[in-house]
Design a binder for this molecule. Structure first.
Ligand code: DQA
Length: 141
């Protein structure tokens, strides 16, 4: 399950100097192409609402083996997303387009990262592709 947090629906138009020129659909298409190569099936969900993301995480174990998530701004604020991840216990990888560690101080902390298999940040589309590969390889073991 690929989860995209708030404002990622605006990718391509939103601060392209930070987040690049690709739209969310283009990112999802590139992930689908990699998934076909790897031999896995993806579902995508984007929401600007914290509660909707919590609902999606809670429902995930019924249908999915892992979660690739860009929690966007909720990375830095959401105990609720972290608790949802802790509750379900599915392996997940946290990704960010930008390198959050060299941006504003408030972006350096992630509530989710301590529970993640790993965090990949700073590589634009490649953050997602690397994250999918890492999650897939982890689950293959
Ligand atoms: C982001 C980084 C977050 O700090 C920010 O709030 C986002 C996007 C990224 O992908 O670089 O919305 O998660």
């Amino acid at each position: 399950l690929v989860l995209h947090g708030p404002n990622l629906n605006m990718l391509g138009r939103r601060e392209p100097e930070i987040y690049g020129s690709l739209s969310l659909d283009q990112i999802n298409s590139a992930l689908d192409a990699l998934a076909a190569e790897l031999g896995c099936i993806l579902a995508f969900f984007q929401s600007n609402s914290e509660g909707a993301l919590v609902d999606a995480i809670q429902a995930a174990p019924a249908d999915y083996d892992g979660i690739l998530i860009n929690p966007a701004a909720y990375t830095h604020t959401s105990v609720a997303l972290r608790d949802a991840m802790a509750a379900i216990g599915l392996p997940f990888v946290e990704v960010h387009l930008s390198n959050i560690h060299r941006r504003e101080e408030f972006r350096h902390h992630s509530f989710l990262a301590p529970l993640a298999l790993g965090q990949i940040a700073g590589f634009g589309l490649d953050s997602y592709l690397l994250g999918l590969r890492a999650l897939f390889n982890h689950n293959k073991k």
